[in-house]
Design a protein around this ligand. Structure first.
Ligand SMILES: NC(=O)c1ccc[n+]([C@@H]2O[C@H](COP(=O)([O-])OP(=O)(O)OC[C@H]3O[C@@H](n4cnc5c(N)ncnc54)[C@H](OP(=O)(O)O)[C@@H]3O)[C@@H](O)[C@H]2O)c1
Length: 338
């Protein structure tokens, strides 16, 4: 057992485990729960999205206690309980990341998911009020007890990742990363590569912007216009005070659309496939509200894009990348990532 004050040494201890059943595309289940960000959602559509994902070869599902206050986990438990051995469940734990907090949260998640283990338990956001050693010790104990198969983190910046990787075997870091949000490329991707930590991308479709469904910033519903792409002024739900990058964002979306139309590839397929061209990325998480979206996103499993096309797509978002810079937190100023 690793005590909280004894550094975990990746070179001495066994490396993080392989992640069997983690498919290159993961179904994100936040938007399967209707809420203030996503609007209304029907149970039938949510179930159909899960079933269609499985049928199309997606075996991984990402959830969290905070998605619908447990409702996303409950839904997955109900729909998937008889297929436990065929799927990869990635769950999360929120602050307080004390030993008691982590264990209680994990037990409650297992109950809602109707299972006795999760494949990956991820710290959802860093907890600045609890020593990381205490959280690491609790996660390692859960792993040794067989309640979790691997440990992951989300939203860990360079400093947090360095500290955490000395304390526990971290398999994955889940970060916002897409053609429209590339801040992780500056420092975090190279660090993940050096540490052998794989990236799970979230907001891979930038909450729908990369499906081409919005022609202008004015069309984006308020719940999805909370990132730093959008000016804070006049949008009361935004938690950053910044000026926004609407012009460059929508010029980039237009370039991506033009490239995709000329190549006969759907925007969502292209947007997800390019992320998998990065060796650090182990899976792209994509939300889907219904079976049709799930099937379309699963096309990525078969898609073989020409490397020249992939380069052109990355190039099309270079100006936006440079304009936004090495920012990884899409929502808050000051950034919550360290
Ligand atoms: N760790 C974290 O802190 C964190 C934070 C955010 C998200 N996540 C995870 O990442 C997942 C995905 O990220 P996200 O929720 O930000 O959203 P996203 O995957 O970038 O976008 C998902 C939304 O885009 C639309 N869409 C998806 N596929 C489509 C298609 N083929 N055609 C047209 N529209 C399509 C759907 O909404 P509409 O149909 O309503 O347009 C869908 O809900 C979440 O579910 C969650 O598991 C993690």
């Amino acid at each position: 057992m690793n005590m909280g004050n004894e550094p975990f040494s990746p070179s001495v201890n066994t490396p993080p485990p392989a992640l069997p059943l983690l498919s290159p595309v993961t179904l994100g289940t936040w938007s399967l729960i209707g809420d203030a960000n996503w609007g209304q959602q029907s149970r039938a559509d949510s179930e159909a999205a899960i079933e269609a994902s499985l049928e199309a070869g997606i075996t991984a599902f990402d959830t969290a206690p905070m998605y619908g206050d447990g409702a996303s986990e409950t839904l997955l438990g109900e729909v998937l309980k008889h297929r436990r051995e065929q799927i990869f469940l990635a769950d999360k734990v929120m602050a307080p990341l004390t030993a008691a907090g982590i264990k209680a949260s994990c037990e409650a998640s297992l109950r809602r998911l109707q299972t006795d283990y999760v494949d990956l338990l991820q710290i959802h956001w860093p907890d600045r009020d609890t020593p990381m050693g205490e959280s690491a010790e609790a996660l390692i104990e859960l792993k040794e007890a067989g309640k979790i198969r691997a440990i992951g983190v989300c939203n860990f910046g360079v400093e947090d990742l360095r500290e955490a990787s000395d304390l526990m075997p971290i398999s994955t870091n889940q970060l916002p990363y897409s053609l429209l949000w590339r801040g992780a490329e500056f420092e975090l991707l190279p660090l993940c590569r050096r540490l052998g930590i794989r990236l799970m991308t979230y907001s891979s479709l930038m909450q729908g912007l990369l499906t081409g469904k919005f022609a202008s910033a004015a069309e984006v519903p308020e719940g999805r216009a909370r990132t730093k792409h959008f000016a804070a002024e006049g949008r009361p739900r935004i938690r950053h005070g910044e000026a926004g990058h609407e012009k460059t964002t929508f010029a980039t979306i237009k370039s991506i659309r033009d490239i995709c139309e000329a190549s006969g590839v759907s925007m969502s397929t292209a947007a997800l496939t390019v992320l998998l061209s990065k060796p650090e990325v182990v899976t792209v998480i994509a939300g889907a509200r219904n079976a049709a979206q799930a099937r379309e996103n699963a096309n990525v499993l078969q898609a073989r894009l020409d490397p020249v096309l992939i380069d052109r797509l990355w190039l099309s978002s270079e100006t936006l990348k440079e304009e936004i810079g090495p920012e990884v937190d899409p929502w808050m100023t000051p950034s919550r990532l360290r």
